[in-house]
Design a protein. Structure first.
Length: 470
């Protein structure tokens, strides 16, 4: 029995109406569409030079470039572990990696704005992963879904999209700070970073619209090469920062692996709980929504619109998140880009296995993570952020009791640079508008409890700030 036949039998490839060749091509397609995360995740989780006062993971004795290469290795390993579990345990063609949005929340909000040590942020991700595993084991998925208000769940994707977009646009010099209006348009006429970023962004949009496999990573690399070419040719001076500062790549991840353990020594109960809840909420609903959406594209759903045995891919996600935190990266989640592989005919875990192997193979390009300037890597944030805006159509805007919580969720996220605050705004406003509309029965005890908990958190946090100022 040859390798091809062995794989076909193990993953029931023929039973699912596919072939080994189709599964391999599907895996390659999925990997190409999501491979940008190998470059973007390290860039997001390290220092943010374009956002004053906001820092991500920084390790004494190592340059930002060296930390980026460590994070690239960790990103690859975490993605490979989670996707391999998806392949063998769930036998589904879904790929996983550290998720966009949650890594931005990790670096910009938790570590940057809240000032939480990055080790503690990793501890929160680890705890979230354990909670995810426990709730998946006991089959509490339906109970969890019912606790969170429907309009908030529907609005989170759009809010995160705006959050990612503003981060990306600011790093690209297209949106800048303004004392009068908070934000305004950057100097697009003379700022080389803004000019190159705009060219790269629309080039990437064109590739994405044309369904070119790997469009985002092609756009990122192409933009970097344009910046490099302008600098080398002397058209733009080296002081324009179009070229990333070089740094020797390192594959030693020991400063990151296990760092979450020390994070438990810096835990402040209320803040830690809010961080864990936010990580869990976004991870759970993003994963569940992606699984159903990609499952629909592949014809995996049953007559009730549910994905059979969804607990298995959810478990793969939970284990991947826990392993990722132990290694040193933010929450792992299922990628909607998996739909590209499904559309190519991927139907089994063999597709996922191919993705996992390709991730491991990408260890060879880890030095690329430090060679990509931030303005180029953040093109991915804007592209994905814009694409995520389409989720807004799922909200029942004609119902004011949905409009207010959903609107608050979407608006508060980008304006406060916090996914957590956006979710909190939606959860707190939901029972209030429902009661005001006389729809008392639509609010469960769990939803009231969540709303009260968030109000108490902000009261305590605000009191602490006031006392500090006094």
């Amino acid at each position: 029995m040859g390798l091809s036949e062995t794989l076909a039998n193990y993953f029931d490839v023929h039973k699912h109406g596919s072939t080994v060749r189709t599964e391999i091509l599907a895996g390659i397609t999925t990997f190409l569409t999501m491979s940008y995360i190998v470059v973007v995740n390290p860039s997001l989780l390290t220092d943010q030079p374009y956002i004053e006062g906001v820092d991500g993971i920084a390790i004494a004795g190592y340059t930002p470039g060296e930390v980026q290469s460590m994070l690239a290795v960790v990103t690859i390993i975490a993605a490979a572990i989670a996707t391999t579990i998806m392949a063998f345990y769930a036998n589904r063609p879904f790929a996983q990696a550290p998720g966009l949005g949650l890594n931005a929340f990790f670096a910009f909000t938790v570590v940057g704005a809240l000032g939480v040590p990055w080790q503690t942020a990793l501890a929160a991700v680890f705890v979230e992963g354990l909670i995810f595993i426990a709730l998946t084991v006991v089959g509490a998925r339906e109970a969890i879904i019912k606790v969170f208000p429907e309009p908030v769940k529907m609005a989170v994707g759009t809010g995160i999209g705006l959050f990612l977009a503003i981060i990306g646009l600011q790093a690209m010099g297209i949106v800048v700070n303004d004392n009068s209006t908070l934000v305004t348009m950057g100097d697009l006429a003379s700022n080389p970073i803004a000019i190159v970023s705009i060219v790269g962004l629309f080039f990437t949009f064109a590739l994405y619209a044309a369904n070119v496999p790997g469009s985002i990573i092609i756009g990122i690399v192409g933009t970097s090469l344009l910046g490099w070419g302008l600098t080398v040719s002397g058209v733009v001076s080296a002081e324009a920062d179009l070229v990333a500062s070089s740094s020797a790549a390192t594959y030693d991840i020991t400063p990151l692996a296990g760092a979450f353990i020390s994070g438990f020594g810096n835990v402040e109960a209320f803040s830690f709980a809010l961080i864990v809840i936010t990580f869990f909420f976004v991870d759970f609903f993003d994963t569940a929504g992606t699984l159903v959406g990609v499952g629909q594209a592949g014809g995996f759903l049953n007559d009730d619109g549910d994905l059979p045995d969804i607990d298995k891919p959810l478990m793969a996600d939970a284990v991947g998140t826990t392993a990722g935190a132990m290694l040193g990266t933010s929450t792992v989640t299922t990628y909607v880009e998996s739909a590209t592989g499904v559309e190519e005919g991927g139907r089994t875990g063999l597709t996922a296995l191919v993705v996992a192997l390709l991730f491991l193979g990408s260890l060879a390009i880890v030095p690329l993570a430090t060679a990509i300037p931030q303005y180029a890597s953040h093109i991915a944030l804007v592209v994905i952020g814009v694409v995520m805006l389409r989720n807004v159509v799922d909200i029942a805007w004609n119902d004011i009791t949905f409009t207010i919580p959903a609107g608050m969720t979407i608006l508060v996220m980008p304006f406060t640079y916090s996914i957590a605050y956006g979710i909190a705004a939606g959860i707190v406003s939901y029972p209030l508008v429902k009661v005001a509309a006389g729809e008392y029965d639509d609010v469960s005890a769990g939803q009231w409890a969540l709303a009260v908990a968030f109000v108490l958190y902000f009261v305590i946090r605000t009191s602490g700030m006031l006392q500090a100022q006094v």
